[in-house]
Design a protein around this ligand. Structure first.
Ligand SMILES: Nc1ncnc2c1ncn2[C@@H]1O[C@H](COP(=O)(O)OS(=O)(=O)O)[C@@H](OP(=O)(O)O)[C@H]1O
Ligand SMILES: Nc1ncnc2c1ncn2[C@@H]1O[C@H](COP(=O)(O)OP(=O)(O)O)[C@@H](O)[C@H]1O
Length: 310
């Protein structure tokens, strides 16, 4: 019989330099139970009145009006630019900055990066997270590898350098979402450690939260919801992650979701879905863990780290 267990954060970065100052309204966090639709409407009205605060035009585009909030200013985003200085382009700033957007949304922009094999449950957890946060009145957006490959990244294959480019582009888009104040949930295999580490390096300390779906290959392969493993085993898909292409697990990440097998382990081809779901609904010690509950653990972490308030 197998059990699934969601670890508490396996690493927590040093406490973030949470911004403070006269323009920052620190709202108490709202629990899912307390925040209904009608309350969210009231919150919207409060936001409206704050919008009346005049926003000054930038007189000198090289000087940030928010120099006292370096961790979140446009200047800081500029400093985070990955562009070569010799390219003759100049960062254009606007007086409406990340801080303003975060205040509007009553949250802090960040990225939750979910990595793991195909079929490990990345999209399921991403969706559960998005639902859980939406219920709390928090704005999220999911960047799913499969989906982004339908548009922005449709030109990319699955060879290593194209996967790297896929991941780089999604990380850059996630950075824009985070700058917009949105909690961005990126769900893609991202098999190479160095590519994921490069993504992490794009973000301020703490803003990149890595969730590793540590689900064994045979479990993913038995799930095989799209029949891709079957095609890969038949040699009809080449370079399939886990079959004939590598996956490098994180050495350290904020969360690991894993299955613990106790006793004789078996996953039958016919029974896997049911067995798996039973597994998910149990945890060592008797607690229930479903994708929704996994998401709740991550949401608690966000709350604790101050991401669910401006
Ligand atoms: N060769 C190969 N290897 C792995 N996956 C493959 C491959 N070919 C197609 N697919 C399908 O593409 C989805 C993974 O896309 P990603 O953008 O997440 O991959 S990566 O991060 O660039 O490695 C993946 O979706 P998920 O199952 O949601 O992970 C597969 O459905
Ligand atoms: N915790 C879970 N327990 C059992 N089955 C799951 C779990 N999470 C996802 N699944 C199922 O596994 C399959 C793959 O999940 P999915 O989220 O699409 O994975 P990925 O995005 O990593 O490819 C789906 O059929 C999904 O319903």
């Amino acid at each position: 019989m197998s059990l699934v267990k969601l670890l508490k954060p396996s690493i927590c970065g040093p406490p973030r330099d949470i911004e403070s100052g006269p323009l920052v309204a620190v709202a108490p966090s709202l629990s899912a139970a307390k925040l209904g639709v009608s309350k969210m409407k009231k919150a919207g009205a409060a936001i409206g009145s704050r919008l009346l605060r005049p926003i000054k035009a930038m007189e000198d585009p090289t000087v940030s009006l928010r120099n006292d909030y370096p961790a979140i200013s446009g200047r800081n985003l500029h400093q985070m630019s990955t562009m070569d200085n010799s390219a003759n382009i100049v960062w254009h700033k606007c007086s409406v900055e990340k801080l303003d957007r975060q205040q509007l949304l009553k949250q802090k922009g960040c990225v939750i990066w979910i990595t793991g094999l195909s079929g490990s449950g990345k999209s399921t957890v991403a969706c559960a997270l998005s639902q859980g946060l939406h219920m709390r009145g928090k704005l999220t957006y999911i960047l799913d590898g499969d989906n982004v490959r339908h548009g922005l990244n449709r030109d990319l294959s699955f060879k290593a350098e194209d996967r790297a480019e896929n991941i780089r582009r999604i990380a850059e888009v996630a950075k824009l979402f985070a700058d917009a104040g949105i909690i961005c949930i990126a769900s893609l295999i991202s098999p190479y450690r160095k590519d994921r580490d490069a993504c992490r390096a794009l973000f301020p300390e703490g803003d990149f939260i890595e969730v590793y779906m540590d689900v064994p290959l045979h479990v993913c392969e038995n799930r095989d919801p799209k029949g891709l493993y079957k095609l890969a085993r038949a040699g009809k898909i080449k370079s399939f992650t886990g079959v004939d292409d590598p996956y490098e697990p994180p050495l350290k990440c904020e969360f690991t979701v894993f299955l613990v097998f106790i006793g004789p382990m078996f996953i039958s081809k016919t029974g896997v879905q049911v067995i798996d779901l039973q597994i998910v609904l149990q945890q060592k010690g008797g607690d229930c863990v479903s994708p929704g509950e996994m998401a709740e653990t991550v949401i608690s972490y966000l709350e604790e780290k101050g991401y669910l308030q401006a």
